[in-house]
Design a protein around this ligand. Structure first.
Ligand code: GDD
Ligand code: MN
Length: 378
């Protein structure tokens, strides 16, 4: 009979169970993996630690580099995710794949000062904090590693915004370097938004416990190998995270994004329609051209923004475009049919028109999400 979990004797291995799991999100960081492990090894002497590299199938072979080390060093593991991208979601999966009492999150590009880890662990161990944030703006910290002046300004604007939402006062809520009790994260995990770069913020905005949060100063070093992955899309995701937390997760972000893209489509439609009309096209032809442009634009925007995590490429892109056009065509027919019926029944044109459009939108969203952008298909 198998031993049950509680009574199973501890395995007397050469390797003690880890007290601290270090989760390292990385994308195209091949050159930094080896030095990262060496630095952890030096900084964490006397501590039972493990490191989990979470790689999103980087084309530069980051996962191979991590796995090559893992093959020799049992403290190191590699989690390779396929078909997905995202710092925050990578961290979530890394923490959920760990089992030590405490975890820390640190960038895989050597910008965070790993020599602060023992102090961070110490605060958790003593029960003086449930979460410890390494802050660039607390005493002993600095943000010199932010590559450009605009990054400093952007960071300041972000921090000011966040202070309105966050129940605890933190000098650096945007930090990606922190440590915490794993059980706390585990409880919070189902409520996390998992969008973009700011997993600490997501964690603090999502937890229902009132954790004691401590800050220690840490230097943010300049990057020497590889490049930053911050992009416009990541900034949009930051806005989405705040919006999601403001709405308490009641409206799916994807739906909001889909509706926003729809609004852009309306503008495209209007511009192309009036352009074609003034170019001398008849109304029928102008309307057809405008519809095609709006659909193409909407498809692309949805593919890149709304469904970026399951973005269609190559042959699947063309098939998806065909399906999208059919779905939206049916949506438009339903929209017009419903609006007509309502209009003839009680002739409120605006009401009938808006309701028709709303029903068309929900139809397009629901069917696109299940048919056009469904997870992993061949
Ligand atoms: N798995 C995975 N997937 N890792 C990613 C992804 C992704 O999509 N995007 C970025 N990473 C990894 C990078 O490889 C790096 O190890 C780390 O996450 C941070 O990404 P950078 O692109 O280097 O971020 P940064 O230097 O601009 O910003 C950092 O500093 C901020 C200070 O405000 C991040 O650590 C932020 O979290 C931190 O707050
Ligand atoms: Mn970086």
């Amino acid at each position: 009979m198998p031993t049950d979990v509680q009574t199973r004797p501890a395995v007397e291995a050469a390797q003690p169970a880890a007290e601290l799991s270090i989760v390292i999100p990385c994308y195209n960081e091949r050159a930094n993996v080896g030095p990262m492990v060496d630095k952890l090894d030096a900084a964490l002497a006397g501590i039972a630690w493990e490191a989990i590299f979470v790689d999103d199938d980087s084309p530069d072979g980051t996962a191979d580099a991590a796995r090559a080390i893992a093959a020799r060093d049992p403290r190191v593991r590699c989690l390779r995710r396929i078909g997905r991208r995202g710092l925050a979601s990578a961290v979530i999966e890394g923490v959920l794949a760990s089992s030590a009492r405490y975890f820390a999150v640190i960038d895989g590009d050597l910008q965070h000062d790993e020599t602060r880890l023992p102090q961070m662990l110490g605060l958790l161990r003593d029960g003086r904090a449930d979460v410890v944030v390494a802050s660039r703006f607390a005493e002993g910290g600095d943000a010199a590693g932010l590559s450009a002046a605009w990054r400093h300004r952007l960071s300041a604007v972000g921090i000011a915004l966040v202070h309105r939402l966050l129940p605890v006062k933190l000098s650096d809520p945007m930090s990606g370097f922190f440590a915490a009790r794993r059980d706390l994260f585990e409880q919070t995990a189902p409520r996390l938004t998992g969008q973009g770069f700011k997993i600490l913020l997501d964690f603090l905005l999502s937890t229902r416990a009132a954790p004691v949060v401590a800050e220690i100063g840490a230097r943010f070093r300049p990057r020497t190998e590889g490049e930053s992955k911050l992009s416009i899309l990541v900034m949009v995701q930051f806005g989405a995270l705040l919006l999601d937390k403001l709405l308490h997760g009641m409206v799916p972000l994807r739906f909001l994004s889909f509706a926003g893209v729809g609004a852009v489509g309306l503008a495209v439609h209007y511009v192309v329609l009036s352009g074609s009309l003034s170019a001398g096209l008849g109304f029928g032809a102008a309307q057809t051209v405008a519809t095609i442009f709006a659909m193409l634009g909407n498809f692309q925007l949805n593919n890149v923004i709304t469904y970026r995590d399951m973005r269609l490429r190559g042959r699947r892109l063309w098939r998806g475009l065909g399906e999208f056009m059919v779905v939206c065509g049916v949506g438009a027919a339903a929209n017009i049919g419903i609006a007509r019926t309502l209009y003839s029944e009680n002739d409120g044109a605006i009401f009938a028109g808006l309701l028709g459009a709303a029903i068309g939108l929900v139809w397009n969203y629901a069917v696109s999400s299940t048919l056009v952008w469904r997870a992993r298909r061949r």
